[in-house]
Design a protein around this ligand. Sequence first.
Ligand code: SF4
Ligand code: SF4
Length: 110
Amino acid sequence: MIDFGYTLTKDRQLDYDHGDFRYFRFVKALEPSIDLCIGCGSCSATCSAAQFTDFNIRKLHTVIRRGDIESIKAELRKCMFCGKCQLICPRGVNLRNLILAMNRAIEQLG
Ligand code: SF4
Ligand code: SF4
């Protein structure tokens, strides 16, 4: 095969019939404000951890909503709980509690 110097992006389609939505239900029960998110990205833009790592808080709460739990397990440890994301959120999402709830979901559901 000819090497053109680039590759195809990995497929990111999500199968909603087979996603693991137990985590989302668990997190939403602990922090219902997850439903207020409009995906603006302000939380990621202001995140302290994102200044030093590839941590992306918006991506985390988006993928848990989509049932794609495996990709977030290692990421959650990067949060420093500084609360800047919560201060900037235009929708009042309680992001620190959301991160705690995601951690608890992983502890309890595996
Ligand atoms: S700042 Fe708030 S509304 Fe915007 S993506 Fe983050 S959680 Fe969602
Ligand atoms: S609490 Fe965590 S996710 Fe929010 S700004 Fe601080 S390091 Fe980032």
